[in-house]
Design a binder for this molecule. Structure first.
Ligand code: HEM
Length: 483
């Protein structure tokens, strides 16, 4: 009788099921009460499963949700069995300090794919430092300013379009025009080849591809097994279903052909590819293939982020007439004094403290990037808010959390208030808040393209405001999207 029961399939199922139940219960009890991260608050699902974070990210409002979680749970929130989201100012400074001791976590392997040259995805600080040294010069402000005439030509094209719009009663999607402009700028400064998007008034479907690729990469980075499954079983048979491969597929091919074109047809020696070709003469390790990988980042990361920043600047200005009037007054005063050209030059715009404060503040209240740049705690561990965190724990801060911290920005942290960036007599920018300005990332991995974006924002905002009056329409349909 006993032998019968033991060999009966139901018996085996019950034994197996019970063992699974006990193991799962033990796992849950461990994660909630005994894990080194057990004392950190957070949603129950986040404590017990790594699937919670990719699921929440895939829903599209992760930046706001994370901010809300910190409001509810405090400055450190558990967002995975082995992951913490950090809002504590001291811990934030430790993680993103310039020493690079906190390396990028394994989620970046999904971003990198099989690219051997990838500043954003590369996890090794040593390889990253060597690659960044090779390519940094053309992205410096000194180099970017030499490309200003190329940006001016595009700005002229945009003004021709806007002059025509100004005569029509129909509203326009300003954000879309900003992205067309930003994409053309990338073409001009990288390859001496604006893509003609502003002139044609269309992106030919590219922005949708960028959007889909960003969206799927942001959650797949935290679901590496789903990514591997997709690569092995879906990609070869169905195709690039999750769009994540577009960064290293479609956009890489796009950039590679532009680099080849630039090689064949020549261009301005001062454009980014031209400067990288010059570097490559003495540093043969900088191959055309590596330059193509680098240009993939320009094409992929350089337009949509800048356009979101510009959207935030204009939206906030239009929603805050007091700030808009003050900014206009600054620009008018400078213009009357002969200190502003048309289009406004980068140096002229930089000399306008209130304009600078407006840009900083718009990028603070609505940062174009809302994900957490994850880092691994080094093996010796770290202490956060008096509690020890073991090496290997994944930690990081979203700009949305650090930029909306009342501890840093004060009780009016939700207000759009450019004055917080100015020194006491309002005649210059104050450096005190810069330590917590995280829009372009931090430490050794700060955004290499930020000078290009800043130059665009400086020139576009000041030139457009001096020429046109803007009015917000259809406020109810404003979408809340960041990367
Ligand atoms: C407002 C515009 C932009 C924003 C908000 C932005 C934001 C960021 C952030 C937050 C990072 C750090 C990511 C991390 O640590 O994982 C980053 C890195 C990077 N960005 Fe940007 N970015 C902008 C514009 C650009 C432009 C115009 C380019 C290229 C022309 C660019 C290319 C890159 C690259 C290559 C990296 C990796 C740098 C490295 O690790 O050495 N970005 N960006």
């Amino acid at each position: 009788m006993l032998a019968f029961v033991q060999s009966h399939p139901l018996y085996l199922l019950i034994v197996f099921g019970s063992a699974l139940l006990v193991a799962s219960a033990a796992y849950v009890v461990y994660q909630c009460y005994f894990s080194p991260l057990a004392s950190f608050p957070g949603p129950f699902a986040a404590k017990v499963t790594s699937l919670w974070r990719p699921y929440m990210t895939s829903r599209g409002q992760w930046h706001r949700y994370l901010d809300e979680l910190h409001r509810r749970h405090g400055s450190v929130v558990r967002i995975g069995p082995n992951q913490l989201s950090i809002g504590d100012p001291d811990a934030f400074r430790t993680i993103y300090r310039i020493s690079g001791a906190f390396v990028k976590s394994s989620s970046y392997a999904v971003l990198q794919g099989s690219r051997p040259f990838d500043l954003a995805g590369e996890r090794s600080e040593k390889i990253h430092a060597a690659q960044r040294r090779l390519v940094a010069r053309p992205y410096s402000m000194e180099s970017v300013v030499h490309l200003e005439p190329q940006v001016d030509r595009l700005l002229d094209d945009l003004l021709v379009k806007f002059d025509a719009f100004a005569l029509s009663p129909n509203p326009i999607d300003l954000g879309n025009w900003f992205q067309l402009f930003a994409f053309d700028v990338i073409g001009a400064v990288s390859f001496s080849k604006p893509f003609g998007f502003v002139a044609r008034g269309t992106d030919e479907g590219i922005f949708g591809r960028i959007e889909r690729a960003f969206s799927s990469t942001s959650w797949l980075m935290h679901a590496p097994l789903v990514y591997k499954f997709h690569q092995k079983f879906i990609l070869p048979y169905i195709g690039n279903f999750l769009a994540a491969n577009d960064r290293n597929g479609y956009f890489f091919e796009f950039a590679k052909s532009e680099v080849q074109d630039r090689r064949d047809k020549g261009g301005n020696d001062k454009d980014i590819v031209g400067q990288l070709f010059q570097t490559a003469r003495n540093k043969p390790e900088l191959t055309d293939l590596s330059i193509s990988f680098m240009m993939t980042s320009n094409v992929f990361a350089g337009s949509d982020t800048t356009a979101i920043g510009l959207r935030s600047i204009f939206l906030n200005l239009l929603q805050h007439p007091r700030v808009l009037a003050k900014l206009r007054a600054e620009l008018e005063e400078r213009k009357a004094a002969g200190q502003l050209s048309n289009p406004v030059t980068f140096h002229e715009a930089e000399a306008c403290p209130y304009l600078q404060a407006v840009i900083y503040e718009a990028l603070r209240v609505f940062s174009p990037v809302g994900t957490i740049p994850d880092r691994d705690v080094p093996k010796e561990g770290m202490t956060i808010c008096g509690r020890f965190i073991p090496g290997g724990t994944v930690v990081g801060t979203s700009p949305w959390v650090i930029h909306h911290s009342p501890e840093i920005w004060g009780p009016d942290y939700e207000e759009f208030k450019p004055e917080r960036w100015l020194g006491e007599d309002s005649s210059h920018l104050s450096k005190k808040n810069n330590r917590f300005f995280f829009t372009f990332g931090g430490g050794t991995r700060t955004c290499i393209g930020k000078n290009i974006s800043w130059l665009e924002m400086d020139k576009l905002v000041s030139t457009l405001l001096m020429r046109y009056n803007f009015e917000l329409v259809d406020e109810a349909n404003i979408t809340d999207v960041c990367r």
